[in-house]
Ligand binder design. Structure first.
Ligand code: DAT
Ligand code: MG
Length: 139
């Protein structure tokens, strides 16, 4: 995986509230190219594996329940400096602390339901993209 890619999920709350069009528009307008995308629903086993790093945290059960309660949009995005620039676009984990104009500030309800995921490193971007997409599904 090239280091100019990142992985995102528009989480179940974004799909439920009809925000996916607006969020994808913002992603495009910021200069990211969508190189893979699908609607899918994570199983409990998927969510536990994807968020394994948080398995000892007190919010883990809620996180797994939230991430599996409905479909998500999974996508791989390409842009120079993709990981860092996408983290800047989505804003802080807690939407109350997210900067004006960020996706979480605009569309997230709370820390627990924060609308969107963005990989935190090139290494995790590659792992997370491969979790959801085969090589043939990335263009
Ligand atoms: P991020 O999604 O900004 O990378 P993270 O990796 O620390 O944040 O946590 C993953 C998700 O877990 C996050 O998007 C929402 C949830 N989460 C994190 N900290 C939380 C907390 N203190 N209370 C409830 N949910 C939390
Ligand atoms: Mg994270």
């Amino acid at each position: 995986m090239a280091t100019n890619r990142t992985f995102t999920m528009l989480k179940p709350d974004s799909v439920e509230k009809g925000y996916i069009g607006a969020i994808l528009e913002k992603i495009n307008a910021t200069g990211f190219r969508i190189v893979a995308m699908k609607m899918t629903q994570m199983t409990v086993a998927d969510a536990k594996e994807f968020y394994a790093i948080h398995s000892e945290r007190p919010f883990f059960g809620e996180l797994v329940e939230y991430m599996t309660r409905g479909p998500i949009i999974a996508a791989v995005l390409e842009k120079e400096n993709a990981v860092e620039d996408f983290r800047a676009l989505i804003g802080a984990t807690n939407p109350a602390e997210a900067a004006e104009g960020t996706i979480r500030k605009m569309y997230a309800a709370s820390m627990g339901e924060n609308a969107v995921h963005g990989s935190d490193s090139d290494e995790n971007a590659a792992i997370e993209s491969a979790f959801h997409f085969s090589g043939r599904e990335m263009f």
